[in-house]
Design a protein around this ligand. Structure first.
Ligand code: HEM
Length: 367
């Protein structure tokens, strides 16, 4: 038996039977969340009950990152597969995925972001990328990007060589100086699109998010204004969705049918996926734009909580404390809350019931 995940989380894996598997591909495919769900401390999870005795408010959850800003999967095939999906979305729905304001700062920030990737990818992942002059060669997919060619869009290259999505932000001209979205490439959005958000300020972008303006807008503005190039920050976002699809854009994919089963009917739990976003913020030193990086991971909920009672308990606690409007915002979770909580409470108590559901959701994995 051998743990094939990050060295840094080897110790955590040892205490988690689920991650210790003999088959290489099975392990890496089965474990997209890296160390985040293997911690023995609920403090590390992106979801947890709101602190006792305090009135609920939306928290920023910003931390100092304990790893690099990019987080590629360890399995070459997983990387290549996601890069192919990204290329397909860019080709088929370019306007939804890539947008950039027609202003010099936006173009400059896009070029600077690509320069960072050209420096980092071949150095950190020499078996996956090679740089020949200005030509970036992806050794996994065979693609070659001639970044000196003026017809080549830096944002497209950025979006096709990492599993991350990138948004570029800069202060606006308004009185409040609110940060606005000046460009980006987002191939795996969770029900939004670059086309819809380009040029908007952060409060405008977050208009559909309950309590964002009242609880977070002011703090986020102050955080963004103070973010210095050598001090990146990380936060996590989480949600539960009835799909494994990574590209969720209401403009191209019809939204899932409304959940109609009675709230305590556990049918459908097996279709719920836990979707996590690892969000990084760093400022580009030359242009001064802020890069907001989103790496998306998802896994069937039953598999994510199997043998992880702490995770199940933390998630149940978070769901119990979320205000009704936020449950509604998170793909109408209020409609299935009793069933979801019953399922998670059982998972928190022991692995038996979860194993039963997990056996339904686990498609045979190619090894
Ligand atoms: C510290 C900074 C930030 C915080 C605290 C924050 C917080 C949030 C939260 C809580 C949600 C709702 C997610 C859910 O419940 O599933 C959300 C959604 C979203 N965030 Fe942020 N966010 C931040 C920065 C950004 C930045 C820089 C962007 C850049 C584009 C961004 C774009 C979005 C978008 C597009 C959504 C979906 C909005 C929709 O439903 O239309 N966020 N954010």
């Amino acid at each position: 038996m051998r743990c094939l995940r990050h060295d840094a989380c080897l110790a955590r894996c040892r205490s988690n039977r689920y991650e210790l598997r003999p088959a290489i591909r099975l392990v890496t495919r089965a474990c997209p969340f890296k160390g985040i769900l293997n911690s023995q401390s609920a403090e590390d999870f992106p979801f947890r009950p709101f602190p006792d005795g305090k009135p609920y408010r939306l928290l920023l959850g910003l931390r100092h990152p304990d790893g690099p800003w990019l987080d590629p999967d360890e399995d070459d095939e997983v990387v290549a597969d996601e890069l192919r999906q990204r290329a397909k979305h860019i080709q088929e729905r370019r306007d939804a995925v890539i947008q950039q304001l027609d202003e010099p700062l936006a173009a400059e920030a896009g070029r600077e972001l690509l320069e960072q990737l050209l420096r980092e990818l071949p150095e950190r992942h020499p078996t996956r990328f090679r740089l020949q002059g200005a030509r970036l060669i992806n050794l996994l997919t065979g693609e070659v990007f001639d970044t000196a060619d003026p017809r080549v869009d830096p944002l497209e290259v950025a979006g096709r060589v990492t599993q991350e999505d990138f948004c570029l932000l800069a202060p606006g001209d308004g009185d409040d100086g609110a940060y606005r979205l000046i460009g980006g490439v987002v191939a795996f959005p969770a029900h939004w699109s670059m086309a819809e958000k380009l040029g908007k300020t952060l409060p405008q972008i977050h208009a559909p998010v309950p309590r964002w303006r009242s609880d977070a807008a002011h703090l986020v503005h102050s955080f963004m204004s103070r973010l210095a190039p050598p001090q990146p920050r990380i936060r996590w976002n989480w949600t539960l969705l009835p799909t494994a699809e990574l590209h969720l854009s209401r403009f191209y994919t019809p939204p899932p049918a409304p959940h109609t089963a009675p709230p305590d009917d556990t049918t459908g739990i097996e279709h719920l996926h836990l979707r996590l976003e690892r969000q990084m913020f760093h400022r580009l030193p030359r242009s001064g734009a802020v890069v907001f990086t989103i790496r998306t991971y998802q896994q069937p909920l039953a598999r994510a909580v199997r043998d992880r009672p702490l995770v199940a308990a933390a998630l149940a606690g978070a769901l119990r404390d979320l205000p009704h409007e936020h449950l509604q915002y998170k793909s109408d979770l209020h409609l299935r809350l009793p069933a979801l909580l019953a399922f998670l409470d059982e998972a928190a108590a022991g692995p038996v019931a979860v194993a039963a559901v997990a056996s339904v959701v686990e498609a045979p994995t190619a090894v």
